[in-house]
Design a protein around this ligand. Sequence first.
Ligand SMILES: NC(=O)c1ccc[n+]([C@@H]2O[C@H](COP(=O)([O-])OP(=O)(O)OC[C@H]3O[C@@H](n4cnc5c(N)ncnc54)[C@H](O)[C@@H]3O)[C@@H](O)[C@H]2O)c1
Length: 332
Amino acid sequence: MTIGFAIFGCGRIGRMHADVVAQNPHARVVWTYDVHQPSAEAVAQKHGAKAAPTVDEALGDPEVRAVLIASSTDTHVDLLTRSVKAGKAVLCEKPIDLDIARVDACWAEIGPLEPVIQLGFNRRFDPSFRAVRQGIRQGEIGKVELVVITSRDPGPPPAAYIQVSGGLFRDMMIHDFDLARFLLGEEITQVSAMASNLVDPEIGRLGDIDTAMVTMKARSGALVHINNSRRAVYGYDQRIEAFGEKGMLRCDNKRATTILRYGSETTAARDPLLNFFIERYADAYRQEIDAFIDCVQNGSTPSVGFADGRQALVLANAAYESLHTGRAVEVG
Ligand SMILES: NC(=O)c1ccc[n+]([C@@H]2O[C@H](COP(=O)([O-])OP(=O)(O)OC[C@H]3O[C@@H](n4cnc5c(N)ncnc54)[C@H](O)[C@@H]3O)[C@@H](O)[C@H]2O)c1
């Protein structure tokens, strides 16, 4: 049976998700909703859907079995709660919210309904990162001792974005906190952070950081290092490394092709790095949506859910505490 979707939020990522849903043979976009009506109408028109005048209109339609929340972060808890109460399965973009108290209050309200919720940690669905996790699980590198995650954006976002983002740890590094838990398959117990404002003075004026290094310890004793920058002049830099007693698993950046170019001024020049997240994680976004649709069809539990979204926020909060106190923070 085809799964009818309502897409809430038709901005940058909502538009892309709608395209992916529409490409899946088992799903179709039925409604779109955005407070900016023209955005909802453009996406609806593209996919033969209807732009809803209100959230309730879309939620009241029995053809809608799934909701994709891709609106601004401060609207997630409200839309998630209403969608679950309307009996819908939900794929919610990260983060659930910037405030852990609101996240917990949300779960207290919807948890008893045993909702089907998948969190938008798309990197878990990247084929290369999944292969690293599988290699670890199959014992290819024995006991894991070190995980290194490098994640650097091509350029800083506008000030208006920074202002409502919740800061680098909650907005950007939240993906890497989740990726560390995913790769290791265990919980982090200690977080230590250092950060600077080196890229854009405006980011500093807004009280945020743009360059950060975090080190963490997992329950087994394995150590994790994450480094983030809001500006890498050579492009979107996404690499991971897992090192253990029997070897190393490593993912380098993805490029459009594997071609090497040779000339009088260049030797072995490769294609540039893929532009940004929509291009770099195209496969991951597709597999994320496909996995969610499978869960809705089969009634199975998503592999990444509300509790993972909460735990990533706990780690982001611990990183802020460490940054402000200058001490390592224990995480329960
Ligand atoms: N997983 C990822 O890789 C990834 C990447 C980018 C963004 N995100 C997350 O996706 C969300 C959206 O980010 P974006 O970059 O698309 O932002 P965006 O600003 O491009 O789009 C947000 C859209 O939400 C709409 N909106 C605001 N309030 C709304 C409401 N109450 N109901 C419905 N729509 C509403 C806005 O009008 C806008 O069209 C954020 O939470 C962000 O953290 C995730």
